[in-house]
Design a protein around this ligand. Structure first.
Ligand code: HMG
Ligand code: MG
Length: 300
């Protein structure tokens, strides 16, 4: 078992986290969160989502956010683009990198992006072509890879096949996603084993929601299998608007604390990260979803 020496954290709080918040959040607060995260050393921040604003109103202002962030050199500011219309918005705002997303189950794909898995792949083709022409990197997500809120069990082979399709289209990284946090270490191993048969390990990431409190254990399994890219959300913000009851992603603070303890580098300053999480929780008047942040803040 060789653990990675360095893990790249993809901070999805400003997108996956905030997309689910019902209360209005002004652009200045969102921008400040992104800038605080960059200041804490987070090198990849998913800062917005160019989806249909009628579907996810909280992300409607992503154009303003991506256009007005005071960008730190070396940091990637990315956003979701479900179709070519969204990709056009990303280009206009100089988004560094985009992410496309589909799922391993048909029912979730219909609810989330209003089409079948096959149709979603067709929709991505013009995005991939445009991105290539513009030299923009494309990341991708396979939702419901470990289970679907509508269909239940998802065959790990199916999850891996969808991941492979996206990889073959030219996505540089495939984030295998546990949308509703149902995975356990054993199912994590099973799904990732299938993915690793089809995709080189350096092109895989994991995206674990923590609904059932299993995310850190699942991430440990992924690390043991050689995966070195982990998606997480500061203070455990978030959920998914099309997966009822799904709680936030694993908290970035908790992942960084675990990695620090294992001697794995992330380049992130945990204290500054905790301050960024505390900032957004105070702005939203929300309980901090990171156990590490709570423990450390309670001592201050
Ligand atoms: P649709 O309504 O089927 O699209 O949406 P349409 O092509 O029929 O267009 C309908 C209207 O939407 C038109 O406007 C379009 O202009 C507009 P109208 O003529 O009615 O005035 N429209 C857009 N406007 C702005 N930006 C766009 C855009 N596209 C269409 N990009 C669509 C299809 C995919 C766009 C829609 O279903 C959608 O936005 N879905 C996104 C749902 C979403 O954001 N879900 C959460 C993110 S995914 C997630 O959280 C999972 C992840 O974290 C991994 C995991 O945890 O599993 C990534
Ligand atoms: Mg998610």
């Amino acid at each position: 078992m060789t653990l990675p020496k360095h893990v790249r954290i993809v901070e999805v709080g400003p997108r996956d986290g905030l997309q689910n918040e019902k209360q209005p959040i002004d652009a200045a607060t969102k921008i400040s969160l992104v800038e605080r995260l960059a200041d804490a050393g987070v090198a990849h921040i998913e800062a917005g989502s160019f989806v249909n604003p009628k579907w996810v109103p909280q992300m409607a202002g992503s154009d303003e956010i991506l256009s007005n962030i005071n960008r730190k050199s070396g940091v990637v500011y990315s956003a979701l683009t479900p179709n070519i219309q969204g990709f056009g918005r990303a280009v206009l705002t100089n988004t560094d990198e985009v992410a496309i997303f589909t799922a391993a189950s048909e029912a979730f794909t219909q609810k989330n992006i209003n089409c079948s898995i096959a149709e979603s792949i067709e929709r991505f083709e013009p995005i991939m072509a445009e991105a290539k022409a513009r030299n923009l990197k494309v990341r991708c997500y396979v939702s419901t890879a470990f289970g679907c809120p509508y269909e239940g069990y998802v065959d790990p082979v199916k999850a891996a096949e969808v991941a492979k399709q996206l990889y073959d289209m030219g996505c540089y990284e495939v984030s295998i996603s546990d949308t509703t946090g149902v995975a356990t270490p054993e199912s994590t191993r099973r799904v990732l084993e299938e993915c690793l048969k089809l995709i080189p390990v350096e092109h895989l990431a994991v995206h674990m929601h923590d609904t059932y409190g299993q995310a850190l254990a699942n991430i440990l399994v992924a690390l043991q299998m050689g995966i070195s890219v982990v998606d997480s959300s500061v203070s455990g913000l978030g959920g998914c608007p099309y997966a009822k009851g799904a709680s936030g992603n694993v908290a970035t603070e908790d992942v960084v604390y675990m990695l620090n303890g294992m001697g794995i580098e992330t380049g992130i300053d945990l204290d500054k990260l905790i301050q960024a999480g505390d900032y957004i929780c105070q702005q939203l008047n929300r309980d901090n979803g990171s156990k590490v942040a709570k423990a450390i803040l309670s001592k201050q």
